[in-house]
Design a protein. Structure first.
Length: 64
């Protein structure tokens, strides 16, 4: 079984260069999976990179 690394909302926001509120919105909308630990969320690190990869692939880079 592989080891899963979890990130805080602040760490995810830093990686994605967005606000913590944006991360909360992604979690609450179901676009970014997370588990609740006490009163805070933890996001699997791999899920962050998968989300970014899918977002990049979905972007129309021809218009850049």
């Amino acid at each position: 079984m592989s080891e899963v690394t979890f990130l805080t909302v602040a760490e995810v926001a830093s990686i994605m260069s967005v606000s913590k509120m944006t991360v909360y919105r992604l979690v609450n909308s179901g676009h970014l999976p997370a588990i609740r630990v006490g009163r805070s969320f933890r996001v699997p690190e791999q899920a962050v990179y998968e989300y970014l990869r899918e977002s990049w692939q979905g972007a129309n880079v021809d218009s850049l």
